[in-house]
Design a protein around this ligand. Structure first.
Ligand SMILES: [Zn+2]
Length: 273
């Protein structure tokens, strides 16, 4: 279910139907956003019997309570990240002003760290990628149909956001996803695409990584680094202010401030005073 244009707070969700049952992958930011899935399931006479959260971000877990009567699962690292984060409504109001005030009354159903209990329909395979978009991101691959539900490992037409992740890890994850040779890629944000879109995203992160490393080597500021980034190949992507955050992330990695085992240092421009 492609949601809006994939702007901040507006993420895609998917449901995979087999027979009379369905698995839901991600639940958007609020239960009311995901009611379309429930309506569609009722229309088809299908029952949701499992929910998978691809990672801990609120725009992928916020609608979980709509499915509170079935198992909701996520990677243990995502559950831990969500428990540590809680529901910082003031921060979300700031990041997603279009939903200001709504987070105060959001009731979050926590996922269980029980991926082992999940049997995806249609031969789906859950793949986990450490330190990419977040500490751990899941993608679901359907080999028979060559459909890839990429979660936020893929953004299409929207600038990706590595605020909680690692640029090198994300590139490695994209390489692994490209190697699957998917025919259809469902991104976490933006319209449905193909494997070519993964290649475009890889080019973006390689440019971010290259400029970030050069900036650290030359002792440049992140703003100077931003001026060096050739954004023409990515013109038209939404949320382009994320280029600065992604460059800061690349610079933090190049400087050794963050690495695979510790991603906790936030990019300077996102630190709260
Ligand atoms: Zn995300």
């Amino acid at each position: 279910m492609v949601h809006g244009h994939g702007e901040v707070g507006v993420a895609n969700a998917s449901f995979i139907v087999e027979g009379k049952h369905a698995m839901v992958i991600d639940t958007m930011t609020f239960p009311e956003m995901a009611t379309g899935i429930v309506r569609e399931m009722a229309h088809r006479g299908t029952h949701v019997n499992a929910v998978l959260n691809t990672h801990h971000h609120i725009d992928h877990v916020g609608g979980n309570s709509l499915f509170a009567d079935v198992p909701i699962v996520a990677h243990p690292a995502s559950v831990q990240a969500l428990q540590q984060l809680g529901l910082p409504s003031a921060r979300y109001d700031h990041l997603m002003p279009q939903f200001r005030g709504r987070f105060d009354t959001l009731v979050l159903s926590m996922p269980e760290p029980r991926l082992d209990q999940l049997v995806p329909p249609r031969g789906g395979v859950v793949q986990a990628f450490p330190a990419a978009h977040t500490p751990t991101d899941l993608a679901v691959w359907f080999p028979t149909s060559r459909v890839l539900i990429a979660g936020d490992l893929c953004f299409i037409g929207v600038t990706p956001l590595a605020v909680n992740g690692l640029i090198s890890g994300w590139i490695a994850a994209i390489d692994a996803l490209i190697a699957l040779q998917p025919a259809v890629v469902v991104p976490g944000h933006g319209p449905i695409g193909t494997g070519e879109d993964l290649g475009v995203l890889r080019d973006y992160f390689l440019a971010i990584q290259r400029v970030g490393r050069a900036a650290v080597a030359q002792n440049l500021s992140s703003q100077d680094a931003l001026a060096l980034l050739d954004t023409r190949p990515f013109a038209g992507w939404l949320e382009s202010e994320r280029n600065l955050i992604n460059l800061e992330r690349a610079m933090q990695e190049a400087a050794g401030e963050i690495h695979q085992m510790n991603l906790s240092a936030m990019p300077p421009s996102t630190r709260q005073p």
